[in-house]
Design a protein around this ligand. Structure first.
Ligand code: 2RA
Length: 342
């Protein structure tokens, strides 16, 4: 059967990827509503050869909608309950409801069993969290994890379309020798802005009292919720790098018991949505060049951490807009359809 579907935030990077994916994956939509803020209303977008006009999202937008895909942002706080009240299941890419105990936080390959507890809203995790837990889960299945240390190298796409445009502008400016006037990263509303081209910015989102950024705290808290392990020790450093749309992460994991590189590779390769690209003799390892625009998360540089009794280091890359946001959310909807949950 087909489902009345709405996309809120249809004109942003994630919203546009939702459209790409519902075409590519032949998502079974009946009627499709493209919704956005007043500013973007009127935009014309093609979906499966048909022209759609983006409508301004209002409290009446969700009548008869069965599946509402929210691209993210603060508007979720208002419209998610409105859409649920209208009878829709909301899959929300914003951070608004992720840590709400009433809201499942889902990576379909990792914790699909938690979807059934939803009360209308299902939260899509933060992109850097999704990419990391896709690699952690297969390892946790064979050896109990006790501590995770992650350093991320996050693409500018995480900052939205404007941040991607800013990197491209700055690369052109460097090539032409024209001045660079940063105005988006690390955050458009922040008091200071820094050049990202040929630079690294060790700040994603705002600082908390504990001197971690909100992004780092998301990785810590969301990982524990998704893996249902509030004893798992996690620490994170998240960094913005001049890459367009794939996040990369250096991960160190300590386990309660032994795990070999071979066992880890086997478990990772067998996990849906993960590809092991790991052959140092052939200089083969994951890079944004390989993962951008693709669905799979790639893992490589797998090696023992010989500084502890049972530890592994690895490197993981994944497309921030696809598996990090739109694909994961759509896969949640697909899972719910396959399991008659809508
Ligand atoms: C970022 N994960 O990369 C955050 C939000 N998408 O900016």
């Amino acid at each position: 059967r087909t489902y009345n579907t709405a996309i809120l935030g249809a004109t942003g990077a994630v919203g546009q990827e939702f459209i790409n994916l519902i075409e590519e994956r032949n998502f079974p939509f009946k009627n499709l509503k493209l919704l956005a803020s007043k500013r973007s209303a009127g935009t014309k977008l093609m979906v499966k050869g048909k022209e759609y006009v983006v409508e301004e999202a209002t409290d009446d937008s969700f009548k008869d909608v069965e599946i509402a895909l929210f691209a993210g942002g603060s508007i979720s706080k208002h419209f998610a309950p409105v859409a649920v009240k209208a009878g829709a299941v909301v899959i929300d890419n914003s951070s608004t409801f992720r840590m709400d105990p009433e809201v499942p936080l889902i990576v379909p390959e990792v914790n699909p069993e938690a979807i059934k507890d939803h009360k209308g809203i299902i939260a899509n995790p933060n992109c850097s969290t999704i990419i990391m837990v896709m690699a952690l889960k297969p390892l946790d299945n064979i050896a109990k994890m006790k501590r995770v240390v992650v350093s991320t190298y996050q693409a500018v796409s995480g900052g939205g379309k404007e941040a991607m445009e800013e990197l491209e502008e700055q690369l052109r400016a460097i090539a032409e020798g024209t001045p660079i006037e940063p105005h988006i990263l690390p955050g458009a509303s922040m008091p200071k802005h820094y050049q990202i081209a040929s630079n690294l910015i060790p700040q994603i989102d705002v600082f908390q009292d504990n001197l971690y950024t909100k992004e780092e705290m998301k990785m810590i808290n969301e990982t524990r919720k998704i893996l249902s392990d509030d004893k798992l020790r996690v620490t994170a450093t998240t960094v913005r790098v001049p890459v367009l749309r794939s996040h990369a992460e250096s991960v160190n994991v300590e386990f309660d018991d032994a795990i070999s590189v071979e066992e880890a590779k086997k478990a990772l390769q067998a996990f849906p949505g993960v590809v092991v690209r790991d052959n140092p003799d052939e200089m083969e390892y994951p890079m944004p060049l390989f993962t951008s625009g693709k669905d799979d998360v790639e893992v490589g540089r797998i090696r023992l951490d010989e500084s502890v009794e049972y530890g592994l280091n690895f490197w993981v890359c994944g497309d921030q807009i696809r598996k990090g946001a739109a694909l994961n959310a759509l896969q949640i909807a697909e899972y719910m359809i396959e399991h008659d949950m809508i």
